[in-house]
Structures are given as structure tokens and as C-alpha cells.
Design a binder for this molecule. Sequence first.
Ligand code: HGY
Ligand code: MN
Ligand code: MN
Ligand code: MN
Length: 409
Amino acid sequence: MSSNLRIDGARLVSRLMALSAIGATPEGGCRRLALSDEDKQGRDWLVGQLQALGLDVKIDAIGNIVGILKGREDGPAVIMGSHIDTVGTGGRFDGALGVVAGVEVLATLRDAGLVPKRDMAVIAFTNEEGARFHPDMLGSYVWAGGMSVAAAHAELDADGAVLGTELRRIGYEGAEKPGFLPAHAYLEMHIEQGPVLESEGGGLGAVTGIQAICWLELTLKGRPSHAGTTPMAYRKDPGLAAARINIFANEVTKTIPGQLANSGVIRVQPANVNVVPETVVMTLDLRNPLDAPLAEAEATIRSFCAELAERDGIEISFRDLARFPATPFAEELIAGMEQSAAELGLPIRRMISGAGHDAQMMSRLCPTAMVFIPSIGGLSHNPAEFSTDEDMTAGANVLLSAAWRVANA
Ligand code: HGY
Ligand code: MN
Ligand code: MN
Ligand code: MN
């Protein structure tokens, strides 16, 4: 590839904006929950883009969408990708940018008449966010063999909708077996989703790996009673216990280095102003760059809950929603991202990813790395999520260079 080949930044941005119009929210973000009608529209749009490029388009049994540019030789492919599903308060860039950047890399090679030694592909994984179905990174987890198609199809959302039924409803239960395309390497471009790059004056991130993650669902069962007549000492109040657990999980982040905790879901039943709750379902999102301190944090929180249940006379049960270890990326690919940025005269620094990504799953299969671009204001999972055209173009040029190098090595 001539060293001055570049992606078409305007085309990259216009594709991203076209996708962003699907599931656009009044606040300026996107809401395309996995397997929703908006997700289907986004999928239909993407398939149309891949077909228009003349790529070989395949869909697997969990709805992962793959566009393949044939190489000169048969064998494992260099895959680029991410996801197009969003969280409920999603932005325009999380996931979508990595998919349209992969499309842009293949379009650029096609325009230049360049045929790589190896197949190159772009993939959009199903349900990366885990906002509707669990675990997160589900499509790449199934692709990487971590979860069976049957188990994934049986997953339920909070309203009892069945993943497999939803997949068929939107017409995306494909014929291919997940993982059908052997991977030589996986490269993902993504927004940082945090403040680090921007706070250091910008530049790109050569991602060294992804922190460990543990999502727990807690069901707290107490005794519904009258909020006016029941003396405090007589109450079995799961609502109060849930608040205590949330505060305790936050306290643990002060004693265990690198520990993060979030309680994003708290559902109270019967949710009446004058009833001491009967049941509370809450979630804990626990993360740490290292596995051992995360395990320590989880154990500490579980023993706090056991004591609380005993003392307050309530039942507390746990369900795993997601549990993935800290995941280091491949040194030669991280160095490749740095080399590509240097050749393009772009500043880049190594960093860990706070967020989970499909790359966390793909690293089970093949050498994997990511390139980050700055998130303005460090915001993500927020409609105000923003990255500049310039940074998107820079990141996609690094992706082009790094992917081409590994596809021809
Ligand atoms: O939660 C995460 O880190 C990812 O956005 N699913
Ligand atoms: Mn993402
Ligand atoms: Mn996300
Ligand atoms: Mn993610």
C-alpha cells in the first residue's frame, strides 16, 4: 500500500451521521437497543452499505453482521469491527464509529484497487452494550465460543422478551455459525469514553488491554407493610438495604486500588409511596484493572450483604450478569498501532480501556488491539458524546495502516 493512501474522512463522517440518524434522540444522541426496531433499521442500513461495496455479506446465528473483502490467499482474516447497538442514553459514536471506520478502510482499499494477501472483514457484533440482554459483548462472546447460540437465544430482557425470538422478529437470525470466519487478528477503533486523552491535550490511544468486569444482579426480598403504621424496628425493608449496599460498594472503591462500582438499576416493588417495599432488584457493575482486587471487592460486598440480610431479616440472592477477566492485548499489534500513528505523524500513548469492548472477547481467538480517539468532555453513554471529524479521520487512518500491515505480513 502506498504510504500516502488515506481514508476519505468526509465519507467516514457522512456514514456515521447517516447511521446516527437511525434511533436519533431529541437530546442529540442515539437509542438503538439491541434487537429493537431501531437496531433493525441500523442493521438494514449497514447491510446495504456492505452490499454496495461489493463485499461478501454474511450473518451468523446470533445476528453478527460480517462484510468480507477477499484476499489473494485463503486463510484466517484480519477483522475490524465493533457494535451498532447503544445504551438507552447512547451517543452517536460509541460502537458505531468502529463499524463505519472498518467499512471506510475496506472502501478505501477497494477504491485503490488494492487486494490484501489475507481476507479482511468488518463485523458488527450483536448486543455489545448489554443494556437489554446479558451479558454485554454477547455477540462477540458467542463468536469467540464463550457462550452457546442456544444459551444466548434463551436470554431474556427485563420485560421477558426472548433474545432468539427478537432476533427472528427483526430477521437477523443468520445461517452462519458464529466464528465461521477464522481470525488472524482483530483490530477495533473506538472512542475512549473517558477524559484521559482530552486531558492530555488530545492524541490517540494505543490500548494495552481491558479491565476486569463483574455485573451482579441482586434480588432483595423483605416484607411489604404500611409506611405509616409499621414502627421502624418492625420493618423488613429491602429498599433501605439496597441503599446501604450501594453506599457500601462505593466505600469499597476507597479501600481497594483501582476499584469502580456503579448501581445502574434499582427496581422497587410494589413501588407505592406508602408501602415499605416487598422486593428490590438492583445491579452492581464492579470493575478493576486487575482480577485479584476485583475478586476481593466482590467478596467484601457479598459478606456485607450476608450480614445485612441476617440483621434486617431480608433475603438477598445474587445472579451473575457478566463476568470477564482483565484482558491484555497483543504487544505486536499495540506496537503496530504506535508505528502507524508515528508514520502518520500523529501523537499516540498507551492506555488501558475502562470500558468493555468486543475486542475483550476477540482476544480469546486471535491477537487483538484497539485504537482510541478522544471523547470531548470525557463523556459517553450520554447523548452529548462527541469526537471531532479530525480525530475520527486520524484514528481511521491508523486503523487502515495497522490493518493493512497485518493483512499482508
Ligand atoms: O459497559 C461497557 O463497558 C460497555 O460499554 N458495554
Ligand atoms: Mn462501545
Ligand atoms: Mn458502550
Ligand atoms: Mn463497550
